[in-house]
Design a binder for this molecule. Structure first.
Ligand code: SF4
Length: 443
């Protein structure tokens, strides 16, 4: 790996904070005119508090964010432009060891211990690009906490499990999880370019056991051919977009040849951790397999860089509907303002906020898990206060394999005779004439 100066330096703040920012919200709903929310209502986050970097609207996006440019200059001065923007170069130069990390970050004791102790379920790896978004001095920075190991991972608390969703128990064939009636999860391999410390599949990813060889993928395909009730297949892993174009093209083509499979989805974090992977060639190949949707894993607004915006633009221009999946994480994004900023930036990148997940009780995740009350408070702070499209569905994936259970703040305040009493986003109670169950028809 080409490493630059060995001095520890603080990474510049993400590009988003350096550029002149503009207020952008074009909310199609209230709260226009509410200067102060009524007492008891959730605090409003007003448009002026959620600036959007202007590059989202630029016809030509900057090739690189400011902090990434500075990081590259400091740590990879010999990398050419072509190398830095090549996803395979990014993969080859992943930061994977304590020794490498020490030349980039000022490590805290909890991080150092976790890296030297080893024995965690989940391996450690971060692409140089994603490392460029990480604050070198602050161990509490949101993105840093999500990818740099911490000794809290070694704590086991009540209710945690290596396979909290019981996926292994719903796996008729290696790599296939069939939990819902008409849809199937197909784990194509266990490789990710960057490992998230809260990964639900910590027990699987990076172990090198789930290999994308033809024989194994064929047995998954055969299961799908035989199960005519399956109409929807979600490719996941590991990250399917880290497969070579040819292999992914072959797999999608085989799935498309199965007559009862209507809908294909790919779950990926590539646009945020390895946006260089979204090449014009990849996108050209993907668009052959429509209807194909992408669920992109986003965690924090600092991930919405020019590189990621370009990746999303290429995918959206190819007609691929983009949705986001976000895991609610304590001290990372469990804050109304942070979540609103992320959701606004996603919309600017043509990504529709889709799911907000309560963090699964995976082994060693206590330091990431926040309360359901906090999650509901975040939804209450979004619904009505901003664009409806910016409000994801908050869900808990039920431990043991019960599937996703949606959670909503309680807007139903009660009943008064034939009237329902409904609480609005501001906390005011409104009446709705709810038709009685047995209604006499007047002719
Ligand atoms: S990208 Fe997804 S599968 Fe990979 S480590 Fe992160 S959460 Fe797990």
């Amino acid at each position: 790996m080409q490493m630059g100066p060995q001095t520890v330096r603080k990474a510049p703040q993400p590009h988003a904070h350096k550029l002149q920012e503009v207020a952008s919200d074009q909310s199609d709903e209230p709260p226009v005119g509410h200067a102060v929310p009524p007492s008891g209502a959730t605090r409003a986050i007003y448009p002026s508090e959620t600036p959007i970097p202007p590059y989202f609207l630029a016809r030509r996006l900057p090739r690189m964010g400011d902090c990434t440019r500075a990081f590259r200059r400091a740590h990879y001065p010999e990398a050419t432009d072509a190398e830095w923007h090549d996803w395979r170069w990014q993969l080859r130069h992943r930061i994977r060891s304590l020794a490498q990390l020490e030349t980039i970050l000022e490590l805290g004791e909890a991080e150092r211990q976790a890296l030297s102790q080893g024995g965690s379920l989940l391996p450690f790896a971060v692409t140089p690009y994603y490392m460029s978004l990480i604050d070198s001095a602050d161990p509490h920075q949101a993105l840093r906490r999500t990818v740099i190991p911490d000794r809290s991972e070694f704590l086991r608390t009540h209710g945690e499990a290596d396979d909290p969703l019981g996926e292994d128990g719903h796996s008729p064939v290696e790599g296939i999880v069939h939990r819902y009636p008409d849809r199937v999860l197909f784990l194509v391999h266990d490789f990710c370019s960057t490992f998230c410390r809260y990964c639900t599949r910590s027990r699987v990813v990076g172990q090198g056991e789930l290999r994308p060889d033809r024989e194994r993928l064929e047995s998954g395909l055969q299961y799908l051919r035989e199960h005519t009730e399956v109409r929807d297949v979600l490719l996941s892993g590991g990250d399917p977009l880290t497969l070579a174009d040819e292999k992914l093209d072959w797999l999608l083509g085989e799935l498309r040849r199965i007559p009862h499979i209507q809908f294909l989805r790919i779950g990926t974090k590539v646009p945020t951790v390895l946006p260089q992977r979204v090449t014009p060639q990849l996108v050209k190949m993907l668009r052959k397999h429509h209807p194909l949707f992408l669920s992109i894993h986003f965690t924090h607004p600092d991930e919405c860089t020019p590189e990621t915006a370009l990746a999303c633009r290429r995918l959206a221009d190819a007609g691929i509907p983009l949705g986001s999946q976000t895991v609610l994480l304590k001290g990372v994004n469990d804050d109304v303002a942070v979540m609103q900023r992320l959701m606004h930036r996603l919309l600017m990148m043509r990504v529709r906020p889709y799911y907000l997940y309560q963090c699964d009780p995976i082994s060693g995740s206590a330091h990431f898990r926040t309360t359901v009350a906090r999650g509901l408070e975040i939804i209450r702070g979004l619904r009505g206060w901003t664009t409806g499209y910016a409000v994801p569905t908050y869900v808990i994936d039920a431990p043991g394999g019960g599937g996703k259970i949606p959670l909503q703040p309680d807007y139903l305040a009660g009943r008064d005779g034939d009237d329902l009493l409904l609480r609005s986003y501001t906390g005011e109670v409104h009446r709705y004439p709810d038709p009685p169950v047995r209604m006499e028809v007047v002719r």
